[in-house]
Design a protein. Structure first.
Length: 281
């Protein structure tokens, strides 16, 4: 059976680094991922440069093939002007997080997205539900809240990503989200963080597979975390995810040896551009 690996490192991984990565290094990383057979890549975010300076060069970095995260109408317009067709959007059941992340409540975010995405091809939109497994500010996510978030997501797409932003998810919650997704007729993917225990995240991947989920996000080199959430933890390393999936007998279309080069590039970038003080040479 085929399982899709959705690469988020060039956006979700790099945005967390303390120092600006040159555009050519970002493009090199993206191309190394495509060369390894990774088909789905979130390459950039069209956030305001003052909010995410790391993504200020999105137009220069975008390859013409991948997806982009947009958080408002201006970001959407920039993305379209740059030739982006695959648009990713985000909101959370936790309004404290929404206010920190986007300055709006979930209701306001959904209304805002609707003003410019109503009529946009749903197959070209992917919706992240951040903090889908709970947050320090809100606690657990109820079944009713899950259903409400899925219904909001369906306004824009049937491709919905449940995100364990702080690495607190449990296998029982994966099963519950899968059941809600099936009831609402959406295609679920999973985006998992962890706090140093990547094996726990992989157990959630296994649970997702057992419950019919066939797409998983990962970040090459294990880079990333949410800059708006303290203690969000790291992403699953793409190389780890692919290795596990292949060992379990699933096909991904990704060449592990070629992926090692992308992993090396990502880790070099992470090591060099995440120092508290940049080295002189």
């Amino acid at each position: 059976m085929n399982v899709s690996v959705y690469e988020v490192g060039p956006r979700d991984g790099l945005q967390y680094l303390k120092h600006i990565v040159p555009s050519e290094k970002k493009r090199e990383l993206i191309e190394s991922l495509y060369s390894a057979g990774v088909e789905n890549i979130e390459e950039v975010s069209f956030a305001h440069p003052k909010v995410l300076p790391q993504m200020a060069d999105a137009e220069d970095v975008f390859s013409g093939k991948g997806a982009a995260l947009v958080m408002n109408k201006r970001g959407f317009d920039r993305a379209v002007e740059a030739g982006v067709e695959k648009i990713n959007i985000v909101f959370s059941p936790c309004d404290i997080f929404n206010l920190k992340n986007m300055g709006k409540t979930r209701s306001e975010i959904v209304t805002m997205y609707y003003t410019f995405l109503n009529g946009y091809p749903k197959e070209n939109v992917r919706v992240y539900i951040s903090m889908a497994f709970g947050s320090p500010d809100m606690g657990d996510v109820s079944h009713r809240m899950m259903l409400s978030c899925i219904k909001d997501a369906k306004l824009f797409s049937n491709n919905v990503v449940i995100c364990d932003t702080i690495g607190c998810g449990m296998e029982s919650e994966v099963k519950l989200w899968a059941e809600v997704g099936n009831i609402e007729g959406v295609t679920l993917a999973m985006h998992l963080h962890h706090k140093g225990d990547e094996h726990h995240a992989m157990r959630l991947v296994r649970s997702g597979l057992l419950n019919g989920i066939k797409q998983f996000d990962a970040s090459i080199g294990g880079l990333g975390g949410c800059p708006f959430t303290k203690g969000s933890g790291a992403n699953i390393n793409t190389a780890t995810l692919v290795r596990y999936l292949h060992a379990w007998g699933f096909e991904t279309g990704i060449d592990e040896e070629k992926l090692e080069r992308a992993d090396w590039i990502a880790k070099r970038i992470g090591a060099f551009f995440n120092y508290d003080a940049m080295p002189l040479a």
